[in-house]
Design a protein around this ligand. Structure first.
Ligand code: HAM
Length: 420
C-alpha cells in the first residue's frame, strides 16, 4: 500500500512554470514604474517579533487578533510570519538609520505575506503583495504620487473596471473626539447592530462601517462622518491631495465610510477595487501613517504607502497561463556510452561558463533516443561525446563535423556567431 500523498496547506498555492511569466511581467512592470520615480527595492524577513505587528498594526485589528501565524522559536521568543509589509519597512527604516538619509526615503517590495483567513478565490493564507512606502515627508504631493503610481500599475497591467475610493481619517486628536461621538451613536443603536460590531464598540468602532450586516448597514447610513469633522489643517491637506489628483486627471470618489483594517492610518486613506474580482474586490490600498515610526520608537516621521495583491492583480487583469517553452539549448551533449559521462559533464561545465545554454543527457536514453530528445528540446547543436573524437551535429542542416573535445565549445560559439 502506498502512503497518502502530502498536499499543499489550504489557502496556499504553487506558482507553476506556466504561471511564472505573468508574475515576472508584473514584477518588471512594477520595477519600471517605481524605480524611475525614486523607489528602491527592499526585502525584509518573512518573520518578525510578534510585538512589531501587535504595536504597529494594532492589538484590536482582526489581523493581530485572529489572522497571524504566531509561534515560539527554539529560544522561546514569540515570532509571527509577516501579515503585511508596512510595519517591517518602518522597523528597517529605524534600525538602519534611514531617517538620517535625505527624506523622503522611498522603498518598494514584492514579497509574500501570511494571514490565517477563510480561503477562497482571491483570498489566500499565503499571498504576494507589491507595495511602496515613502517615509519622511508630509507633503500632500507624496499622497497623490503614491496613488498615481498604483493607478498606473493597475492600468498598465490591464486590471479591469477599477474604482478608486478616497478619504481622510484626520489626526489622532480629531479621530479621538470623533470616536467618542461614534461610540455614543453606536450604543444608542445597540439593539440593531451585529453582535461582532457591538463587541467592538469600545476597541474599534470605525470598523462598523465595514460590516455587511443589514441592520448595521442601516444604522451606519445615519452615523456621524469623520470627514466632516477634520481639523482645518487635515482638511486642507485632503483638499490639496484632491486638487493634485484632479490636475493629474486621476478619477476617484470621496467615500467617508472608507475604513481600513489596520490601525496605523492617519489622514489620507485610499482603496482600489475591481468589479472583475467579485467578492474580494479590493485590489490594492494604502494611506498615511504619520505616527507609526514614532510608535515603534523612532522620531516623528510622516509617511505614506500602498500595497496591492499580486494574485488579485493577475486575476483582475485576466492574465493567462502561457505554454512556458523552456529555454532551447545551444548545445546538447549526447553520450556515446556510460564511460563518456565524466567527459560530457566536464564539457557541460566549460560550455556553460562560456555562456552557452547547454544540457546533457540525464535519463539513460539510447544514442538514437538522445538525438530525438535533443531535437524535441530545439537544440541548435548536438555533440556526441566519444573518444578520441567528438562529433558535432548541426541540427539545422544535419551536417556533422568530427573534432577534438577541447575544440567543441569554440566550434559552437563560432557556429552561433557566424549566423548572426
Ligand atoms: P491591505 O489592504 O491589508 O493593506 O492589503 C493590501 C492588498 O493585499 C489588498 O488590497 C489585497 O489585494 C491584498 N490582500 C490582502 N489580504 C489578502 C489575502 N488574504 N489574499 C490575497 N490578497 C490579499 C496592507 O497590507 C497595508 N500594508 C498597505 C499599506 C502600505 N498601507 C500603507 N502602506
Amino acid at each position: 500500500m502506498s502512503a497518502a500523498s502530502v498536499r499543499a496547506p489550504r489557502g496556499t498555492h504553487d506558482v507553476l512554470p506556466e504561471q511564472a511569466p505573468a508574475r515576472a511581467a508584473l514584477e518588471s512592470r512594477a520595477r519600471a514604474i517605481l524605480e524611475p520615480a525614486g523607489y528602491e527595492r527592499i526585502e525584509t524577513p518573512a518573520f518578525e517579533a510578534t510585538e512589531l505587528f501587535a504595536r504597529g498594526v494594532g492589538e484590536s485589528t482582526d489581523i493581530v487578533q485572529k489572522e497571524m501565524y504566531t509561534f515560539l522559536d527554539g529560544g522561546g521568543r514569540s515570532l509571527s510570519l509577516r501579515p503585511e509589509g508596512t510595519a517591517p519597512v518602518c522597523r528597517a527604516y529605524l534600525e538602519h538609520g534611514m531617517h538620517k538619509r535625505p527624506q523622503p526615503v522611498r522603498l518598494w517590495y514584492l514579497s509574500s505575506f501570511f494571514r490565517y483567513e477563510r480561503a477562497q478565490a482571491g483570498r489566500q493564507r499565503q499571498f504576494w503583495q507589491v507595495g511602496a512606502e515613502a517615509l519622511g515627508s508630509d507633503d500632500p504631493a507624496l499622497d497623490a504620487e503614491l496613488i498615481a503610481l498604483l493607478a498606473r500599475l493597475l492600468e498598465e497591467m490591464g486590471v479591469a473596471e477599477v474604482r478608486l475610493r478616497l478619504s481622510s481619517l484626520g489626526d489622532p486628536e480629531s479621530r479621538g473626539a470623533y470616536r467618542e461621538r461614534l461610540q455614543r451613536y453606536l450604543r444608542s443603536h445597540e439593539g440593531e447592530l451585529a453582535p461582532d460590531v457591538t463587541a467592538r464598540i469600545d476597541a474599534n468602532p470605525l470598523r462598523a462601517f465595514d460590516s455587511q450586516h443589514a441592520g448595521t448597514m442601516r444604522v451606519m447610513e445615519g452615523a456621524p462622518r469623520l470627514l466632516e469633522e477634520l481639523s482645518a489643517e487635515d482638511a486642507e491637506h485632503f483638499a490639496t491631495v484632491r486638487q493634485l489628483l484632479d490636475a493629474a486627471e486621476i478619477p476617484y470618489e470621496v467615500d467617508p465610510t472608507l475604513v481600513r483594517g489596520l490601525d496605523y492610518y492617519t489622514r489620507t486613506v485610499f482603496e482600489f477595487t475591481s468589479e472583475a474580482l467579485g467578492a474580494q474586490s479590493g485590489v490594492g490600498g494604502g494611506g498615511r501613517y504619520d505616527g507609526l515610526v514614532q510608535l515603534l520608537g523612532g522620531p516623528p516621521t510622516p509617511a505614506i504607502g500602498f500595497a496591492a495583491g499580486v494574485e488579485r492583480i493577475l486575476l483582475a487583469s485576466g492574465a493567462t497561463e502561457h505554454e512556458n517553452a523552456p529555454c532551447a539549448p545551444d548545445l546538447f551533449l549526447a553520450i556515446a556510452g556510460e564511460q563518456r559521462r565524466a567527459s560530457a559533464f566536464a564539457l557541460l561545465q566549460q560550455a556553460r561558463r562560456a555562456g552557452l545554454a547547454a544540457q546533457m543527457e540525464l535519463a539513460g536514453r539510447s544514442l538514437k533516443r538522445q538525438l530525438g530528445h535533443a531535437d524535441r528540446l530545439g537544440a541548435r547543436y548536438v555533440a556526441i561525446v566519444d573518444h578520441p573524437q567528438t562529433v558535432l551535429k548541426d541540427m539545422r542542416d544535419g551536417s556533422q563535423t568530427e573534432l577534438e573535445a577541447n575544440m567543441l565549445v569554440h566550434a559552437v560559439l563560432r557556429g552561433l556567431r557566424d549566423l548572426t
